[in-house]
Write a protein that binds this ligand. Structure first.
Ligand SMILES: NC(=O)c1ccc[n+]([C@@H]2O[C@H](COP(=O)([O-])OP(=O)(O)OC[C@H]3O[C@@H](n4cnc5c(N)ncnc54)[C@H](O)[C@@H]3O)[C@@H](O)[C@H]2O)c1
Length: 440
């Protein structure tokens, strides 16, 4: 039998006038969010200070065949709540809508589903407004404690996560990432956002899903270009944090690409490798990202490849993964120029990206105005204390460059160009450009 808690747990110290406040469990309404704090009075009856901490429990789980009728995962979450409000990527709805509707019908759970086009060009505030209309009073009137189900790629997870953050200031959501990027990176990420006019992801809030379900069976229907695109985010964690993951990608990267992570074909061994690669990438990413909720610490290995690319990615109309891999390859060359990384490790990084058709070079790197502007924007975004550019110092470890002078930047670009022209592809990747631009 659980002992009833006292109404409020207060510690009052008259001398320094500190009141600690732990809100009683019986008043708690959220499964996922809790908080406590203290209030300290100065003693002059004119000012006081409040310190509060916010606690979030977020779970990330690899699952198999989430939409199979006999898979209880979603039914267990939604049947007791009496309905499921879902936002689904339009393409995913076309491919899996019948299975999604069939699942909820079979489990007798009313489903209110919005199918939302989520191209990169839709990653704009208007899409967030549209989603808010669906979630809000004139739509489904989602309650503050009702977890919205979001099923789709990274664009949808960013905009729908932001809409959930705005609905009642913080409405929980459950994310099923259906692309590689969304499964291992954008999906569980606390960073929800929309694009600004020139700079990607510039408006948003920190609001991770309370539960991320990763089911690689969705990768079966992805275009191969999108599988490749997502692999850049896996390589990012391999280079900066996990040498075993790096070796797995060297040994199996091409096979995982061809088989869409062992969903088109592949024996039991490849299936296990696919799960291990996904798990390692996720764990490594969330170890750093999930524990640094508000990006107040800049030891962020997952920002590798993302220092200059947010500026040149939209300018060159690159797919996100290719922009990141160009940023990573350039970062490796720069790290070698700075004496941080051996030439052998630099070449391994560039070779791994190239081996699966990711770009490692684009002439836009030579546009110093764009590169320096990207650097300036990034410095501002990361808090003005420095550039904090993660650069590899070996395979599986990195450090952070506080400053990169324009001279060093130029030197790095020249060296990188020289290295890449000798590659069979000249550094170009396969299907490196966005195809959905201009169609919005
Ligand atoms: N918040 C973060 O931390 C974070 C991290 C990484 C990337 N991102 C963002 O994620 C976005 C890229 O995400 P993405 O690569 O998933 O692209 P995406 O969301 O554009 O999806 C790619 C395409 O695949 C389609 N699709 C989705 N699932 C499918 C499936 N199972 N089968 C067939 N088609 C499917 C989509 O409709 C879309 O056309 C970028 O905008 C990037 O900025 C955010």
């Amino acid at each position: 039998m659980v002992q009833a808690k006292p109404l409020t747990e207060k510690t009052i110290s008259q001398s320094n006038q500190i009141i600690q406040f732990n809100h009683p469990v019986k008043y708690r309404t959220s499964e996922w969010y809790t908080g406590h704090g203290e209030i300290v009075a100065s003693g002059d009856n004119r000012s006081f200070e409040v310190s509060a901490s916010y606690h979030l429990k977020a779970t990330v789980k690899l699952v198999n065949q989430i939409l199979n009728l006999d898979n209880p995962t979603l039914a267990e979450i939604y049947s007791s709540r009496g309905r499921c409000v879902a936002i689904v990527d339009q393409t995913v709805d076309e491919l899996y809508g019948e299975a999604i509707r069939g699942y909820f019908e079979y489990h007798e759970i009313p489903l209110e589903l919005l199918s939302c086009r989520a191209w990169e060009s839709d990653k704009i505030p208007q899409t967030v407004h549209k989603l808010l209309a669906f979630l809000g009073k004139d739509g489904c009137d989602v309650s503050r404690n009702e977890p919205v189900l979001v099923i789709g790629g990274g664009v949808l997870s960013d905009v729908a996560g932001l809409a959930c953050a705005l609905q009642h200031r913080r409405t929980p959501y459950i994310m099923i990432g259906t692309t590689v990027v969304a499964a291992i990176d954008a999906g569980p990420s606390p960073r929800t956002c929309t694009n600004g006019s020139q700079f990607k992801n510039s408006m948003g809030v920190y609001h991770p899903p309370v539960l991320t379900l990763v089911d690689r069976t969705f990768f079966r229907t992805l275009e191969t270009g999108h599988v490749r695109n997502g692999m850049a985010e896996i390589i990012k964690m391999a280079v900066t944090d996990d040498p075993i993951l790096f070796k797995l990608m060297e040994d199996y990267g091409s096979r995982l690409l061809e088989t869409h992570f062992a969903t088109l074909e592949g024996d039991e061994e490849l299936q296990e490798i696919a799960d291990e690669v996904i798990y390692r990438a996720l764990f490594s990413y969330m170890k750093h990202e999930g524990t640094n909720m508000f990006e107040t610490y800049q030891d962020r290995p997952h920002a590798y490849g993302h220092t200059w690319s947010p500026r040149f990615e939209p300018a060159a109309k690159l797919m996100h993964g290719h922009a990141v891999s160009i940023g990573m390859a350039f970062g490796a060359t720069l790290a070698t120029e700075m004496g941080w990384l051996s030439a052998d490790d630099r070449d391994r990084i560039i070779a791994l990206c190239s081996s699966i058709g990711l770009s490692v070079y684009h002439p836009i790197l030579e546009d110093m105005d764009i590169m320096l502007e990207g650097q300036k924007n990034m410095r501002r975004k990361r808090g003005e204390g420095g550039l904090w550019a993660p650069l590899p110092i070996g395979i599986g470890e990195c450090d952070y460059a506080q400053e990169v002078s324009s001279g060093l930047l130029q030197q790095g670009v020249e060296k990188h160009k020289q290295l890449c022209v000798s590659l069979p592809s000249g550094g170009e990747g396969k299907e490196m450009y966005l195809s959905d631009l201009g169609l919005a």
